[in-house]
Design a protein around this ligand. Structure first.
Ligand SMILES: Nc1ncnc2c1ncn2[C@@H]1O[C@H](COP(=O)(O)OP(=O)(O)OP(=O)(O)O)[C@@H](O)[C@H]1O
Ligand SMILES: [Mg+2]
Length: 284
């Protein structure tokens, strides 16, 4: 199609049409109503003029607002998606730097310590071995931060495998079983949908580990032709009241893909996080 309309051109057309409509209506009313204005305006005519003007301005404002709402909403969503992309790029950069700089330095330090431990006199051997352990623990920590910052599995293998990997890591770290029910996705979903899903699952599982005191965790994902639903539930203490940066972050991410995020968390009855994302028409 030639001459695709830009948002600015569409905006201009709408404003022009609405204003035109109001002017036409105003002209008709003037022509058809008995109201008239003397050549030297009379005091009694002023209220009529003011009321007429107010009616026209109000009609204009109402029409403009309802007609521009979809445009403004789509602009907000686009800006939000750009913010999400920028944030993900920044995470990738930090992950790369952590891995390449601190990760390498710690690895070298570890090797040097190992040689030192082997040759050290008995009286400082155990102290050095302790230092070696501390450095090894830092290296593990850096690696796990890098993994969390950069969901490699998501890019390489897609959402289904990435969620499976996330669950295994969680179970390993917490010794809590995760009952998984992850329907495998035939096609890759849009990248932003996959990312939002992954991040919501990640934050929800982290919250279970940190706050829930649960015995069991469930993670399900399934999709129909027009939506994708993700659910993370636990049988822990429930009663989520104040929402911190983690839950707010999930809500903001949900908005970016027009999804709804619902948290159900009655006291002592566990917590359930549900994310429902509308999917773009796949055959359209
Ligand atoms: N699964 C859960 N079970 C019980 N309480 C929870 C659960 N998830 C969240 N909460 C409660 O809700 C609060 C807010 O969670 P949120 O993720 O927003 O913040 P946070 O985990 O405390 O910090 P962060 O910003 O690092 O995520 C938590 O402090 C906790 O009290
Ligand atoms: Mg949290």
């Amino acid at each position: 199609m030639r001459g695709a309309r830009t948002p600015a051109a569409a905006l201009f057309r709408r404003v022009f049409l609405i204003n035109g409509l109001i002017f036409v209506a105003g002209t008709f009313i003037l022509a058809l109503s008995p109201a008239s204005v003397s050549s030297r305006i009379k005091l009694t005519e002023i209220p009529v003029l003011v009321v007429g003007l107010a009616v026209m301005l109000t009609a204009n404002a109402l029409l403009l607002r309802s007609s521009l709402a979809p445009l403004l909403k789509s602009e907000r969503t686009t800006a939000g998606a750009a913010a999400l992309a920028a944030q993900e790029n920044e995470r990738q950069r930090i992950a790369r730097e952590l891995h390449d700089e601190i990760g390498q330095t710690l690895t070298v330090a570890l090797l040097m310590l190992k040689r030192a431990v082997d040759r050290a006199p008995a009286e400082i051997k155990s102290e050095l071995a302790g230092t070696q352990e501390a450095v090894r623990a830092s290296l593990d920590e850096v690696r796990s931060i890098v993994r969390r910052l950069r969901p490699d599995a998501l890019e390489d293998l897609g959402l289904t495998s990435a969620l499976n990997a996330l669950c295994s890591e969680f179970s390993q770290a917490t010794a809590l079983p995760v009952v998984k029910n992850i329907a495998s996705q035939g096609d890759r979903l849009p990248a932003d949908v996959e990312l939002v899903c992954y991040r919501v699952a990640q934050e929800s599982l982290t919250n279970v580990a940190r706050h829930a005191a649960a015995n069991k965790v469930w993670l399900d994902m399934h999709s129909t032709a027009n939506h994708l639903a993700l659910r993370i539930a636990d049988d822990g203490r429930g009663g989520v009241v104040d929402e911190g940066a983690g839950i707010n972050g999930m809500r903001e991410r949900a908005v970016l893909v027009n999804a709804t995020l619902t948290i159900t968390s009655a006291k002592d009855e566990g917590t359930e996080v549900r994310l429902v994302i509308p999917l773009p028409d796949r055959d359209g």
